[in-house]
Design a protein around this ligand. Sequence first.
Ligand SMILES: Cc1ncc(COP(=O)(O)O)c(C=O)c1O
Length: 397
Amino acid sequence: MVTGIDVERVRRETAGVGRVVHLNNAGAALQPRAVVEAVVGHLRLEEEIGGYEAAAEAAGRIEGVYDSLARLVGAGREDIALVENATRAWDMAFYALPWAAGDRILTARAEYASNALAFLQTARRHGVRVETVPDDADGQLDVEALRAMVDERVRLIAAPHVPTQGGLVNPVAEIGRVAREAGAVYLLDACQSVGQLPLDVGEIGCDLLTAPGRKFLRGPRGTGFLYCSPRIREHLEPPFVDLHAATWTSADDYRVRADARRFESWEAGYAARIGLGTAVDYALAVGLDAIGERTARLGAALRDRLRALPGVRVHDRGARQCAIVTFTVEGHDSRDVARALRDKGINVSVSLAEYARWDFDDRGLDAVVRASPHYYNTEAELDLLAGAVPAPAPAGG
Ligand SMILES: Cc1ncc(COP(=O)(O)O)c(C=O)c1O
């Protein structure tokens, strides 16, 4: 059962809402006070007793971060690796896959730039083929087209759960079924969905899932994690190893550790990790079902407001939509729109063609304004945004 969110309370616990109308949660959300206090508390401990000693004293809390993330995504604690951001998580998994010339990678038209760049680099290095699955009529990855494309050469199926540049939610469990039937590895980019939508790696059927802490999870910057299924872990040799990822067992031999921490490195920002764990616990306490329900409702309410404005075009596609809302204003560069809103204390961001070129080229767009409410935002803040969008400018003006 979805129970409501105490919006007044979560706003009281979020210092930033008193300063800005923050509708850039797809960039980095406002952190709850508890997260900031956890980070600062650990930094203070490091200041007072030393970094290694502080880590030893906080060992229980640091280990607890794995339990929190495992609960969040329905995994085991040994399936979680902590890294600096979503791209590092994704790269550690992707570059661990063994490639042979002629292998095929299937991905979405909406794929994120950094992932696409890694595909293109791997195609150049190893002669693998990168192929995109067409969108369906709603703009999501077309699952039937995917099913028709798979064969025994498909080594990897990759997709964003929610793309960076629009509000659609891909049918990730259906993609998982095709991946399983095909025997392909399934790598899900959950960058924009973790903390926004309830998700369970077992239901989705992904082998690998990557996400950052700073976006809808409301954690500190410089945090991210990888889920790696035990099913494939031992077959994935990390692209680089250190003395944390592996043990130097004899003069010319080493053994890679068995758990997902084989994708980590020894040195880490423990204050940030503790902040991440606090953010995950906070999200779990608010409730992911309730968060998913409220964020989708705020996204839809914002789209309604924007559609009612002259000269504004909303660009989100998808049969199922979430809290990422993208739009353009006739006669205005999207960067100028975002700047004008920022000057009025309203934070949004801009998605540029180079962030997701296949999708932007398909749609003939070069940039969109991206507004992304979270559960702590209010309808009154959506009104403020709608009221601050510049009026359309005459063509050529
Ligand atoms: C869909 C998607 N994937 C990956 C990333 C990269 O995440 P990070 O900046 O944490 O590496 C982003 C960032 O915006 C994203 O939106």
